[in-house]
Design a protein. Structure first.
Length: 192
């Protein structure tokens, strides 16, 4: 019996199928990248389905709370610059060129574009995946832990207010706005 007559290795075939599936999945994700409004619309619809599931079933408040905390964490990472000027103030760096882009801290510094800690696509992908996991978890009665939901809601609202207050103060202190309205349009002066 020569080497060509041996059956193919099953684990090698499984690995190749896994690689093909991963590539197809990544291609599908890549094809959704330009459709920002449609992606966020689908996420909103999915989140509404989850909220309706929670409201109709009257349970799984811990899962809802955990999803809310996770989405808040993602949103804060989305609003935060990749290179935080507060950290740069604390650590005196000798060579700023090696650190990458950062926000200007004085009016004399040149403009540098806002680079997010969490890009929009990764924010959408993580939020959608977390919502799907939460929706899946709400199918199991073992995960429906008895809690007094108004306390969780109150705690989430307080947490949201304080974290957003801190984030807005940070944005004001370092003068950055994480949202852009597109390219600035210049008009012609009258008479030109």
């Amino acid at each position: 019996m020569n080497m060509d007559d041996t059956p193919p290795n099953i684990s090698t075939n499984q690995a190749s199928y896994k690689t093909v599936l991963e590539q197809k999945y990544q291609a599908l994700l890549d094809s959704t990248t330009p459709f920002v409004i449609q992606r966020w619309g689908a996420f909103t619809a999915l989140l509404l389905v989850f909220v309706l599931r929670i409201l109709i079933a009257q349970g799984w408040y811990i899962i809802c709370y955990a999803l809310g905390i996770y989405l808040l964490n993602l949103f804060l990472a989305f609003l935060t610059p990749r290179f935080d000027p507060a950290l740069e103030e604390e650590i005196e760096l000798e060579d700023d060129a090696d650190e990458g882009p950062s926000l200007p801290t004085t009016a004399e510094e040149e403009f540098r574009p806002f680079v997010r800690r969490l890009p929009e696509f990764k924010f959408w992908y993580s939020a959608t995946r977390a919502t799907l996991i939460a929706l899946f978890c709400s199918l199991f009665t073992a995960l429906d832990l008895p809690v007094f939901w108004p306390i969780l809601l109150l705690y989430f609202i307080i947490l949201f207010v304080f974290t957003m207050k801190r984030q807005i103060q940070h944005m004001i202190k370092y003068r950055y706005l994480p949202f852009t309205t597109g390219k600035k349009q210049y008009t012609r002066a009258p008479g030109n």
